[in-house]
Design a protein. Structure first.
Ligand code: EPZ
Length: 417
């Protein structure tokens, strides 16, 4: 798949932000805990969602597809095993481990393996499940669990891992007694998962704080639920405005989920306003460089946003520094951007972006999901034509990216040759 972009135009207009990828994936996994029918509204059309739905069907669920919703009937789920081909397609499919184990009494799946961001270990997930009395056997790249002796417990996470927090909640929600999770992740997607489960009849408090309290319930019922907007997709469109000197209105945003992003953009000279569930950004004529952006667990600056921030910082009035504290290998786009005329050096976990520089279109390769989006932004701000080769990263996380950019006045097309 190739994206062909002719850059140099200011983007302007309105774009509707998709439902959150990182909310819908754990919520779809949670749906099997209901033995009932769930309907997830504002479900984004993404390849990661398609793979998750394939997994649900593999488990024996009936899935129905609507225009912007999916229906999952898990009353007929019977299979405790996820095939390796599907685990390999979707790294975050480890999120099924807790839910399948508690629904079926056992589970078998392969370890998800690493990805373009680095090793992606799951030790915190497995340790948490063992603390809940779940038997975990790992051999030859497979994980087998047994819930026959599951019990409520105090689970302390050594790091506030998003996925490990989600897996622990999904494992504990129907275990009799009181489970406590300390040093839990605080991301909005965790709160969304908890809201979904509580609407099904769960008793979970503390979402968004570092301490989550779960009172186990015997059963959960099917519901209809609308997921939160995707804060990283919103950030991506805001950065398109910054990099092209344009102004964009966003529909379907939650300002509280974007505080770190909004503060940084305002410091760089942008005008950012919110009115209810709409946002507005106008790029400054001259972008102030970022002294130091450090990625941190929520509510800090999100790691998923750092790649898409780089293109406009290349135009910054001086040197910007980004420190990536969450993943070990998330600056793979630096070489590609330097081929377009940027002057970026990486030193360990830091990227030093020397500005101001202007970019020229080039032939580049997308290294991962957010890196691919960043290269599209860079191409939109560059003079001339760029070709972005992508083995399917971008459609994992962005719904209607080409249509949305075209509607904002960008010159972009996609070819499958
Ligand atoms: C979630 O990944 C998101 N994915 C990621 O978004 C996001 O970047 C990440 O959280 C951080 O916010 C989904 O929600 C589907 P972590 P996750 O567990 O859960 C280490 C995107 O672009 N760690 O919080 O995998 C890990 O190596 C994706 O949408 C362990 O050491 O993230 C990493 O360094 C990319 N052991 C750090 O914690 C473990 O058992 C954060 O990982 C688990 C994680």
């Amino acid at each position: 798949m190739k994206y062909i972009v002719k850059g140099g135009r200011e983007l302007g207009g309105t774009v509707r932000v998709q439902g959150a990828k990182n909310s819908v994936l754990p919520i779809l996994a949670a749906s099997i805990l209901s033995n009932d029918k769930c309907e997830i509204r504002d479900c984004p059309d993404l390849s990661d969602v398609k793979t998750t739905l394939e997994i649900l069907e593999e488990l024996g669920c009936n899935v129905t597809y609507g225009v912007d919703f999916v229906g999952v009937d898990s009353s007929s789920a019977f299979n405790p095993e996820i095939p390796e081909r599907l685990m390999r397609k979707l790294r975050s499919s480890i999120i099924f481990l807790g839910a399948v184990t508690m629904r079926m009494g056992k589970a078998r799946m392969s370890t998800p393996g690493g990805c373009h961001l680095g090793a992606r270990p799951i030790d915190l997930h497995l340790k948490a499940l063992k603390t809940l009395g779940i038997k975990v056997k790992e051999e030859a790249g497979f994980i087998e669990t047994d819930a026959s002796e599951a019990k409520s417990a105090h689970v302390h996470l050594a790091f506030p891992s998003v996925g490990a927090t989600e897996n622990t909640i999904l494992a504990a929600v129907k275990i009799k007694g009181e489970t406590l999770i300390t040093n839990a992740a605080r991301e909005p997607e965790i709160i969304d998962l908890i809201s979904f489960l509580n609407a099904m009849g769960a008793r979970i408090t503390g979402g968004g704080s570092g301490t989550i309290h779960i009172e186990g319930v015997a059963s959960l019922k099917g519901i209809t639920y609308r997921i939160i907007p995707d804060r990283i997709a919103a950030t991506t469109y805001m950065c398109m405005a910054m990099a092209t000197g344009g102004e964009i209105e966003l529909e379907n945003v939650k300002r509280d989920h974007l505080t770190a992003i909004t503060n940084e953009l305002r410091e760089e000279g942008a005008r950012v306003e919110f009115f209810g569930e709409r946002g507005y950004i106008r790029a400054p004529r001259k972008i102030r460089s970022a002294d130091m952006i450090k990625t941190m667990p929520y509510p800090g600056f999100p790691t998923d946003a750092q790649s898409v921030f780089i293109p406009h910082l290349i135009k910054g009035d001086s040197t910007s520094v980004i420190v990536e504290n969450i993943f070990e290998s998330r600056f793979k786009i630096v070489d590609e951007l330097n081929r377009m005329g940027a002057d970026i050096v990486t030193e360990g976990r830091s990227a030093i972006i020397r500005g101001p520089r202007s970019l020229t279109g080039a032939h580049v390769v997308a290294p991962d999901l957010r890196g691919g989006a960043a290269l599209v932004i860079a191409a939109l701000s560059a003079s001339g034509e760029s070709v972005i080769e992508d083995e399917g990263h971008i459609i994992r996380g962005y719904e209607s990216l080409v249509e949305n950019i075209s509607a904002l006045g960008g010159d972009i097309s996609v070819s499958n040759t």
